[in-house]
Design a protein around this ligand. Structure first.
Ligand SMILES: [Zn+2]
Ligand SMILES: [Zn+2]
Length: 295
């Protein structure tokens, strides 16, 4: 299984940093999982537009007349769907997207995009009938499991305003957990996420803040310090504790705060790696464009 990180920034995308800026360029959440005969995409933030370029290029090289994609979605916040709304892939009749999400996410998408909904066209001119690549929408109840080809996919409800769905994709004896967005129930290990991630080779999750930022003691970038409890995001330190408790081999932290300068992000990556120590997972700040092999 090959995982590609098409977008790992949280909240808003900053695709083109201002000249001289120390801000990182970054697309919002979209990860790809590939194995022979299957292309799975997790979330459709602006990284989905990069993924679309990659896929259409592959199709052109292989002279493919059609291509099926499985899109698994955590939730419907704008930073996780805006790539789906604006990628040319979504409007390409050669592409067949099966979209799987929890009932709340599907209901929200219908309100936004179903022409029979009273709020459709409030925010967007295009609607589901225009999005010809979306061939099927499948409801996934939190806690349920399903198969994608040879892979088994388990799900769990995460803690996030409006809800969010975590996925564990297992294939050939290796597992990758995808858990964004999620706020831990308190300082330290998130017991539910640790159980769900037990023994997974890779945990991709979000640690948007440090503990001090979350508690309102430190600012991010040039902003004011402010408490962030209840905003639906976790601290890096708690993610390290959770991945350690789960026995994961590698931890990737994503959903980077878009206001955090790149040099600070790199320094925090080193600090979190040190925090995990020898008995914890190998910790990395997820980088856009990164690809990792599992198994
Ligand atoms: Zn988000
Ligand atoms: Zn969210």
């Amino acid at each position: 299984m090959l995982a590609r990180f098409w977008g790992v920034t949280g909240t808003v995308s900053l695709p083109t940093p201002a000249t001289g800026s120390s801000m990182p360029a970054g697309n919002t959440t979209c990860l790809g999982l590939e194995w022979p005969g299957r292309t799975v995409v997790y979330d459709a933030g602006t990284g989905f537009i990069r993924f679309g370029e990659y896929l259409l290029d592959l199709m052109a090289q292989g002279h493919e007349e059609s291509r099926s994609i499985d899109l698994i979605m955590s939730h419907c916040h704008l930073d996780h769907i805006n790539g789906l709304l604006f990628s040319p892939l979504t409007y390409d009749k050669r592409v067949r997207i099966t979209l799987r999400a929890c009932p709340a996410t599907l209901s929200a998408l219908h309100k936004l995009l179903d022409p029979s909904s009273s709020s459709c066209r409030t925010f967007l001119p295009s609607t589901f009938p225009d999005m010809v690549a979306i061939k099927e929408m499948v409801t996934v109840e939190p806690g349920s499991s399903f198969n994608l080809g040879d892979a088994r996919v388990e799900t769990m409800a995460l803690r996030h305003p409006g809800g969010s769905l975590g996925f564990r994709v297992s294939l050939g004896g290796v597992s990758m957990v995808l858990a964004s967005d999620n706020e831990h129930p308190g300082p330290g290990v998130d017991p539910a996420l640790a159980r769900f991630s037990e023994g997974a080779q890779v945990l991709y999750t979000e640690g948007q803040y440090t503990r001090r930022e979350y508690d309102g003691l430190d600012a991010i970038g040039n902003g004011l310090p402010m408490p962030r409890k209840g905003w639906g995001h976790s601290t890096m330190e708690d993610c390290v504790a959770t991945a350690t408790a789960a026995g994961c081999q590698r931890l990737f932290l994503g959903h980077h705060d878009p206001l955090r300068p790149l040099d600070k992000l790199e320094a925090l990556g080193i600090a979190m790696k040190d925090l995990a120590g020898r008995n914890g997972p190998l910790v990395e700040m997820a980088r856009e464009g990164q690809a990792i092999h599992l198994g």
